[in-house]
Design a protein around this ligand. Structure first.
Ligand SMILES: C[S@@+](CC[C@H](N)C(=O)[O-])C[C@H]1O[C@@H](n2cnc3c(N)ncnc32)[C@H](O)[C@@H]1O
Length: 499
């Protein structure tokens, strides 16, 4: 009941989550020596899908897929179902249901996604979640189950305990959240531990639902990785790998392409050691049926069959002549220092093509050609592949089995696709980019996007925007609005929002 009430009162921001995209999961699986079904025609199930901010864009992207979302909160499930109806999407359903009592005839799914659910439900529902994965996963299907990890949460527990003790459990969620903010301000003056102070500073600006569900909800049960693997085992499932960023590699001998079963234990031990070393707080586990082919740690060799995309910028002229370190930054602000000119060339090429992806052989050849133009005599492919692979593991570059095809200019009569326009029109819905990222748009950005029905050219759009902005108290000269309109249109192109 506590879970239900809090999710109704403080709905979780329902966002597209790039790591849950089936094309990304299929690419990861392949890096682990595992062939997952084609996402374009897959059946996809999301457990605890909130209002469908993650699932609906996937259904929109792949009309031949079949998507089902399950959500316990009536408020969110109904909001999702209403949005699906508005879009007229025939291949997605959002069910108001408890994942622990799903009808057995729901069928098999190639991808099952459960993000932000496992650690926040009682043990019986955790078991039910893994049961659903085992019962409904197709033979080579892939599940994504994220959970809080004990190794990193140990040191944060005093903060959760203090917030639970010093706030009133009976208050409605929004009020209790306000109380928690006051407690955080007090703790900031009382405490000295730098890790806890950093977390407090983050929580004071974080989304209310994040603070609530991590620190005030009745249940937040971080689990050691070993226990999670044991729980998978008990449910006839196996760990395939990690969908979150990786700072270190686990290598095992794999003379036959796949590691023998006997080494799975050593792999688990290595992952546990990494959790301790990095104080891991959160894992995004990729999971398969126990009777699926044995997985292995990811290998750079498997990049050949994949495509890659990256949205990066470098704030200085990229030096392709020398091994000088330069920093590439993604839209989330994550920084990726790169020294190798070959890798820098690849990142430039990927960023120019984003949101489209480039297949690995094409990228390798284009990077080699670009370096040759700069007079580089040698291109060391094994080194290029390994350094690129490290960046893939860090999530600087994303692997995919779906290259995608997107408009590369606004065109004479700019037109946004129907999902983007509907998201722009509806408060409470985030606009999702072609690569399943949340696109941050202000009032004017949403207004313009919502108006791109292909009936106006750029001059007409600028005049229309000028009038709308004036109605909202912002009088701007037409040439300024025209310039802003064009800039904004290119941003939509970059996010793959135009048809
Ligand atoms: C922290 S939110 C995460 C939402 C979404 N997956 C995301 O990552 O944005 C957890 C969601 O799981 C839902 N949930 C909790 N227990 C559930 C259950 N037994 N069956 C279905 N949904 C459940 C909650 O209502 C909530 O919307």
């Amino acid at each position: 009941m506590d879970t239900l009430a809090s999710y109704d009162e403080l709905p979780y921001d329902s966002l597209p989550l790039p790591e849950t995209q089936p094309d990304f999961l299929a690419a990861l699986a392949r890096l682990h020596g595992f062939e997952a079904p084609d996402p374009r025609r897959a059946r996809i199930l999301e457990l605890g899908c909130a209002q469908g901010g993650n699932l609906i864009p996937l259904a929109w992207r792949w009309p031949e897929s079949g998507c089902v979302g399950v959500e316990l909160s009536r408020v969110q499930a109904e909001a999702g179902a209403a949005f699906v109806q508005r879009l007229g999407l025939p291949n997605v359903r959002i069910l108001h249901a408890d994942l622990a009592t799903l009808p057995a005839d729901l069928g098999a799914f190639d991808y099952i996604i459960a993000h932000g659910v496992f650690s926040w439900v009682p043990p019986a529902v955790q078991r039910a979640l893994l049961d659903v994965c085992r019962r409904h996963l197709s033979p080579s299907g892939v599940a994504y189950v994220s959970f809080n990890v004990a190794a990193g949460w140990q040191r944060l527990q005093p903060l959760r305990t203090a917030l639970l003790e010093r706030t009133a459990a009976g208050l409605p969620a929004p009020e209790r959240h306000r109380q928690a903010l006051r407690v955080l301000a007090d703790l900031e003056t009382e405490w000295r531990d730098p890790l806890l102070l950093k977390e407090i500073a983050y929580l004071r600006t974080a989304a209310p639902s994040y603070l609530f569900h991590e620190y005030l909800a009745d249940i937040n049960a971080p689990m050691p990785f070993a226990d999670f693997v044991a729980a998978l085992d008990a449910h006839g499932l196996r760990y395939v790998g990690e969908a979150g960023p990786r700072r270190a590699r686990v290598e095992l001998e794999n003379a036959w392409g796949l590691i023998p079963e006997s080494m799975a234990g050593r792999w688990t031990d290595a992952e546990i050691a990494l959790d301790d070393a990095f104080a891991t707080r959160f894992r995004r586990a990729v999971v398969a049926r126990a009777d699926a082919p044995c997985a292995q740690p990811p290998r750079a060799g498997a990049l050949d069959g994949l495509a890659l995309h990256a949205d990066l910028r470098c704030d200085e002229a990229v030096d392709l002549d020398d091994e000088v370190e330069q920093v590439f930054v993604n839209p989330a602000g994550n920084r990726f220092p790169v020294t190798s000119p070959a890798l820098k060339a690849a990142l430039m090429l990927l960023s120019m093509r984003y949101p489209a992806a480039i297949d690995y052989p094409g990228l390798r050849d284009a990077a080699r050609a670009l370096l040759a133009e700069h007079g580089a005599a040698r291109f060391d492919e094994p080194v290029f592949r390994e350094t690129l692979f490290d960046l893939v593991m860090l999530h600087g570059v994303a692997p995919t089995v779906w290259p995608g095809s997107f408009g590369d200019e606004p065109g004479d009569l700019p037109q946004a696709h129907g999902l983007a326009r509907a998201q722009a029109h509806c408060a409470g819905w985030v606009v999702s980019g072609a690569r399943h990222v949340a696109v941050d748009l202000d009032f004017a950005g949403r207004l313009l996007l919502g108006a791109l029905d292909g009936s106006r050219d750029i001059d007409a759009l600028a005049a229309w925007m000028q009038a709308r902005l004036a109605e909202n108290g912002l009088a701007l000269p037409l040439d300024q609005v025209a310039e802003l309109t064009l800039q904004q249109l290119w941003l939509y192109v970059r996010q793959g929002l135009l048809v």
